[in-house]
Design a protein around this ligand. Structure first.
Ligand SMILES: [Fe+2]
Length: 181
């Protein structure tokens, strides 16, 4: 499809927007004490990964709202435990709890996150740190790619699986310089 053939309608991301608002209100008053990373990094990374996740999801033909929700929640393990080590696994109870709260509080106003979607989100988050592995699940692959690209764009020095993923996505999007080439 030529770019001139794309017709953009308003993107349906009401669930994601509500979830981001709920997450921000939890995070904005947290202090940096005892944290591996300052909380402002988590806030910034939450927004930027969810934006990149939507863009890449649209490009890959998968649900941008669901991809954005997984990205928004993906480091909740770091936020809640303050630790980076093992944060992907540590996220599991917080993700379930958070989405249950979203479903309860948004009932009748916004669409629910279904059980099937919750399982996709949890799986995607649990597997997001394994940047060197490849998955058949498009949401798992997307979050690993997006997390890598976001670190690169924030000026984090990356190597290994994250670097390979960045190069792969740049190629996929037809971005090949000339800056820094
Ligand atoms: Fe992470």
């Amino acid at each position: 499809m030529k770019s001139g053939d794309i017709h953009l309608e308003r993107l349906s991301v009401k669930r994601l927007n509500r979830i981001l608002a709920m997450l921000l209100s939890e995070m904005k008053d947290l202090t940096d004490e005892g944290r591996d990373f300052p909380i402002r990094w988590n806030i910034m990374h939450m927004y930027s990964t969810s934006q990149l996740a939507k863009l890449l999801a649209i490009h890959r033909g998968i649900d941008p709202d669901l991809a954005g929700i997984a990205a928004a929640l993906h480091d909740i393990g770091v936020v809640m435990t303050k630790k980076h080590e093992g944060h992907a696994e540590a996220a599991i109870p917080y993700v379930y709890e958070f989405i249950e709260r979203y479903n309860r509080e948004s009932s009748g106003k916004l669409s629910r996150v279904t059980q099937e979607e919750i399982e996709t989100i949890v799986k995607t988050i649990v597997q997001h740190s394994d940047k060197e592995l490849t998955s058949d699940d498009p949401f798992v692959e997307l979050l690993r790619d997006v997390d890598s690209i976001d670190a690169y764009l924030h000026g984090v020095e990356i190597g290994g699986g994250r670097l390979e993923r960045c190069e792969k996505v740049m190629k996929e999007l037809g971005i090949n310089g000339p800056y820094g080439q």
